[in-house]
Design a protein. Structure first.
Length: 132
């Protein structure tokens, strides 16, 4: 029995097609609140499913990688290099963030008096009951 070849599209083209369809649907249903709510629910479910699968995949990859390492000394060296790399990259990210914030001064052009005040009594009540 011969398997039939189905029409396959590469991942890059699938992403481009999805992007174009998203733009078209966004323009078509721009003012339709019901359609926006349905699309928002579908998007929320999609993102939740992706978040649900990420942790098991990462843990599985780490477990398989550690199990296949073999030598404990090699594992320790790689672990140390990983921690050093993480610390250096985090420090660089913090420095870049501080520099960008000091150069661009975010929030400078916002008039604080034009912002609407909102009732936060429910949050303060929750904070009072959640004190340790």
């Amino acid at each position: 029995m011969q398997k039939q070849k189905f029409f396959r599209i590469s991942l890059g083209w699938q992403i481009i097609i999805g992007l174009i369809l998203g733009i078209i649907l966004g323009q078509l249903f721009y003012q339709n609140k019901a359609a926006i709510q349905v699309m928002q629910n579908i998007g929320t479910m999609f993102i939740s499913m992706i978040q649900m699968i990420v942790l098991p995949i990462v843990i599985s990859c780490l477990t398989v990688g550690i199990a296949n390492m073999g030598d404990i000394k090699k594992l320790g060296r790689i672990g140390l290099k990983t921690l050093i790399y993480f610390e250096i990259m985090t420090t660089i990210a913090i420095i870049i963030g501080i520099i960008v914030a000091n150069v661009t001064h975010p929030g400078t052009f916002i008039d604080i008096h034009s912002l609407k005040g909102s009732d936060i009594s429910q949050y303060t009540a929750t904070a009072k009951t959640a004190k340790h």
